[in-house]
Design a protein around this ligand. Structure first.
Ligand code: PSZ
Length: 284
C-alpha cells in the first residue's frame, strides 16, 4: 500500500484527489522540494526544507507547518512506505480557489502534498558519464525559486532527450547558467568553475555540498559564469542534483569533453560525495 500525504492527512495513494481549482494546477502557483533517501535516512533534509520555506516566502506563500513538522511528515512517509533508497517529493500550492490570477481574498489555506518513492542511485551512469545538449535559457528571471512552473525546463529536457542526451544545458546571453534540473560545473587547469548563486540559477543543495567538499579538498573554486565556448574547452564538466549526485559529462553538443571519460577532479568529488552518504548504500 502506497501512502501519500495530502492536506494534513496520510492517505492511500488511490484516495488522493486534488481539486481542479488547485492553484498549482491552474498556474503552477506553488513550490516544491525533492529530498534523497539513503538507507532510510533523509539526506540534507534541513537544507531542503529550509529552501522550501525560502522559495515559499519569495512567492509570498505561508506554509501552514513548521520546518520540524514537514521533516516529520517526510520521515513518516519514508517509514510507512518502507523506503531504503529513494526520494521524498513535497509541494505546497497557494490552495484551492476559483481561477483568478491574483491571490484569493480572503486567503485560502495552502495545499501541502508529499510522497516517498524508491529510486536507485544512477551508479552505472555515474561511472561512464553522459551527453548533454545546450539550449537557450528562455526562463524567467527568478530561477532561484524552486517553483512548480517548469514549462521551460520541461521543453528543454525534452529537446535534450530527443537528441539522445541526458540533460539540457541552459545558455543565457552566451553564458552557461545551469541544467534543466541540475547545476553545471567545469574544471579547467584544476580550478572548479560554476555559476554564482543568484537569480539566474537554483542554488542546488548538492551544489552546496560539492562546493564545501571542494574547499575541504583544497580544490580552488571560482563562482563565476562561464561561456558555452569555455564549456567546450573545459578539461572536465559535470552536473549535480539530488538524484544525479555528481554526474560526469563526457560530451556537450557534438564536442567531446576532455578525454571523453569522467575527469580526475570529477571522480575525486564523486568519491568525496559518496563518503557523505550511509556506507551500506554507497556501493550500490
Ligand atoms: O529527480 C530528479 O531528476 C531531480 S531531483 C532534483 C532535481 C532533479 N533538480 C533540482 C535542480 C533544479 O530543478 C534546477 C533547475 N537546478 C538545479 C537543481 C539541483 O538542485 P539540488 O541539488 O538541490 O537537487
Amino acid at each position: 500500500m502506497t501512502v501519500y500525504f495530502m492536506d494534513g492527512q496520510f492517505v492511500e495513494k488511490k484516495h488522493v484527489a486534488i481539486s481542479i481549482d488547485d492553484r498549482g494546477y491552474y498556474f503552477g502557483d506553488g513550490v516544491y522540494e525533492v529530498i534523497k533517501v539513503y538507507d532510510g535516512e533523509l539526506f540534507t533534509s534541513k537544507e531542503h526544507i529550509a529552501r522550501l520555506f525560502e522559495s515559499a516566502a519569495k512567492i509570498k506563500l505561508v506554509i501552514p507547518y513548521t520546518e520540524a513538522q514537514l521533516l516529520d511528515i517526510a520521515q513518516q512517509l519514508v517509514i510507512s512506505n518502507s523506503i531504503s533508497v529513494g526520494h521524498v517529493y513535497m509541494q505546497v500550492t497557494r490552495g484551492v480557489s476559483p481561477r483568478i490570477h491574483q491571490f484569493p481574498d480572503p486567503a485560502v489555506s495552502p495545499m501541502v502534498t508529499a510522497y516517498a518513492l524508491s529510486s536507485a542511485r544512477p551508479v552505472e551512469v555515474m561511472e561512464n558519464g553522459v551527453k548533454v545538449k545546450s539550449v537557450v535559457d528562455f526562463r524567467w528571471l527568478r530561477c532561484d525559486i524552486k517553483s512548480l512552473n517548469l514549462l521551460a525546463n520541461v521543453m528543454a529536457k525534452q529537446e535534450a532527450v530527443e537528441a539522445g542526451c541526458k540533460e539540457a544545458v541552459f545558455v543565457r546571453d552566451g553564458f552557461v547558467t545551469e541544467g534543466a534540473s541540475t547545476n553545471m560545473f567545469g574544471v579547467k587547469n584544476g580550478i572548479l568553475y560554476t555559476h554564482p548563486a543568484n537569480n539566474l540559477i537554483l542554488n542546488g543543495i548538492t551544489r552546496q555540498v560539492v562546493l564545501r567538499l571542494s574547499r575541504e579538498l583544497g580544490i580552488a573554486v571560482v563562482e563565476e559564469p562561464f561561456t558555452l565556448e569555455a564549456a567546450f574547452a573545459m578539461d572536465e564538466l559535470f552536473m549535480t542534483s539530488t538524484t544525479l549526485e555528481v554526474m560526469p559529462i563526457i560530451q556537450l553538443d557534438d564536442k567531446t569533453i576532455g578525454s571523453g571519460r569522467p575527469g580526475e577532479v570529477t571522480v575525486q568529488l564523486q568519491k568525496a560525495f559518496t563518503l557523505q552518504i550511509p556506507t551500506v548504500v554507497a556501493g550500490s
